[in-house]
Design a protein around this ligand. Structure first.
Ligand code: ZN
Length: 561
């Protein structure tokens, strides 16, 4: 049947057949074009191959190599790639937009092989991608099921293997591997740092950044586009910072990720913060608090009112401690409400509210509303301003247990910090119950640590410091003669450390201490008093722990100096 016959038929055809005929006509027209193109390709003497793009399977990752709008104008689509070799379908080799986009691809380092294809075919393929991507987007999260998880885990037994694997994967798989690697190693963040020739991928594990992989510029570009895509960020915007969120599933556990990008000299740098809300958080015992401090922390769980402040820099584990404390209060007869930014763990029976500074739901505003909800215990993610501090102190005096954090170096420094915010000493003193500061130190990797004799100088240092601690706690600590040293193995990514414990100072304010606050005694005097009542400093707590081989002196010095 040729077109003439079809035209004739269409004249007499009933309506429902017309559509079929029109489709058939279009098909024949299309086939004509494809044939003509094949001829044209032949006539080019092998300069261009011909490709029937509508019938060619295309790797979805290639979609990200060019902006879809630009690709539409240029009538161009990359369809196959092997390393730097890229096969590209074009419709018109003389079109200005096409030439300019081809030049861009060449400039990016691709060796191009061109194929002619019909403009209809190219537009259809681009359209197809667009639809598929939107369908994917409505799905919003990536799911890694049990069997895939096992397969992945086998492949990434350690970080070195992970790197190897990423280079061979599609962008989607590469991102999955990184996400999974982060979960497996307990990393809290994934950092992508573009440099001149490659992009450094680093995981923050146990609070320390560790190099995990280096991605070539092409692979990083694809992974970055994939992240931005999933996080609902603008793909074509690379010169201003963006924020977004994505989530993925591991074994039916939903893991939220916060994404932020900023432009740098060598491209966008991306940080993915992993909020593994289903992750089990440790008890105070597991966190490594000393017996002395554990006793004080257990006492706090009987409180019916008062302010508990946990201080320390970001990454010092304050949030985990606050959650552990909330867990102590978490009984059916108590109502607990939290104000958080972000919500890091989900807790049973606890009302957790997400602060949104952007839409005006601040800690100060949130706290006022929360107090109208008749809570027994309130946790405020952070006290940043005098309004929040004032409301919190009032609440702590009127039958509420208030928990919060401050950014100070030591526990006792909370007092001058609150005074500097503009609060009156006589307001702070009666509301206060517990002050605590903490840091996290790395523990030796149990798989590779080695016991070694320590030098005389070190023994002397320990003896002196342990004697100081004894004065405070009235406990005696033996001076060590040998201690573990960090070696490094595959399990610990050659760092010699695995897991962390806390070093802390915990002080419960008594009446005499409250008097000293009202009398506006100095930080030094307040600290001396707390020590006289048995509060070891973080450094002292740490040195005792190092003397017991739980961590190293270097770690204690790293976090306390
Ligand atoms: Zn090890």
């Amino acid at each position: 049947m040729d077109i003439k016959d079809l035209m004739q038929q269409s004249k007499d055809a009933p309506d429902h057949q017309i559509k079929t005929l029109v489709d058939a006509t279009a098909k024949i027209n299309q086939d004509f074009k494809e044939e003509a193109l094949a001829d044209q390709a032949k006539a080019s003497g092998g300069k261009y191959g011909y490709i029937d793009i509508a019938r060619t399977p295309i790797n979805p990752d290639l979609y990200y190599l060019v902006e879809s709008e630009i690709a539409q104008k240029a009538l161009l689509i990359p369809f196959f790639r092997l390393g730097a070799k890229l096969r590209v379908a074009i419709s018109d080799p003389n079109k200005a937009e096409t030439l300019s986009l081809l030049k861009d691809l060449t400039d990016k380092g691709f060796e191009l092989q061109l194929n002619l294809a019909s403009s209809e075919g190219i537009l259809k393929a681009l359209e197809l991608f667009h639809t598929a991507q939107n369908a994917f987007k409505s799905n919003l999260k990536t799911t890694i099921n049990e069997s895939e998880l096992e397969a992945y885990q086998k492949e990434i037994e350690n970080l070195a293997k992970l790197t190897e694997k990423i280079g061979l994967s599609s962008a989607k798989e590469g991102l999955n591997l990184l996400e999974l690697g982060a979960i497996k190693t307990g990393a809290s963040d994934i950092h992508f740092q573009p440099q001149e020739k490659s992009t450094l991928v680093r995981f923050r594990i146990d609070g320390i950044l560790q190099n995990v992989s280096e991605l070539s510029p092409e692979i990083y570009k694809q992974v970055a586009q994939q992240i931005k895509y999933e996080a609902g960020m603008k793909l074509n915007v690379i010169n201003i910072p963006q924020d977004g969120r994505l989530s993925f599933m591991v074994n039916e556990r939903k893991i939220d990720v916060r994404i932020s990008t900023i432009p740098t000299e060598f491209g966008e740098t991306i940080v993915m913060r992993i909020l593994d809300s289903g992750k089990k958080f440790a008890s105070f015992e597991e966190l490594g608090f000393s017996e002395r401090d554990l006793k004080k922390l257990k006492e706090i769980s009987d409180l019916s009112q008062g302010m508990i402040l946990v201080t320390g820099p970001t990454g010092s584990g304050k949030t985990t401690s606050l959650y552990s404390m909330l867990n102590l209060y978490n009984t059916p007869e108590r109502k607990i409400i939290t104000l958080e930014d972000p919500i890091e763990y989900h807790l049973m029976r606890i009302v957790q509210s997400q602060i949104s500074e952007k839409s005006g739901y601040t800690f100060a505003k949130g706290l006022e509303s929360v107090l109208r909800q008749d809570p027994d215990v309130v946790m405020i993610g952070e006290i940043r301003d005098i309004d929040t501090a004032n409301t919190a102190l009032q609440a702590a005096l009127t039958g509420h247990v208030m928990l919060s954090t401050l950014h100070t170096n030591s526990a006792i420094e909370s007092i001058p910090r609150l005074i500097n915010m503009g609060l009156e000493a006589y307001m702070i003193a009666p509301a206060l119950d517990t002050l605590m500061a903490q840091r996290l130190v790395r523990q030796f990797c149990p798989h590779c640590k080695k016991q070694e004799a320590i030098s005389e100088t070190e023994q002397k240092y320990f003896a002196e410091k342990l004697a100081e601690a004894t004065l405070i706690t009235k406990e005696s600590y033996p001076t060590p003669t040998e201690l573990p040293v960090a070696v490094g193995c595959e399990v610990c990514n050659h760092t010699g450390y695995l897991g962390r414990i806390v070093v802390a100072e915990v002080f419960r304010a008594d009446d005499e201490f409250k008097d000293l606050i009202v009398q506006k005694k100095s930080l030094l005097e307040l600290t001396k008093y707390a020590q006289s009542k048995g509060m070891t400093t973080m450094e002292q707590d740490g040195i005792v722990k190092a003397s017991q081989g739980l961590t190293s002196l270097e770690e204690i010095k790293r976090v306390t100096s």
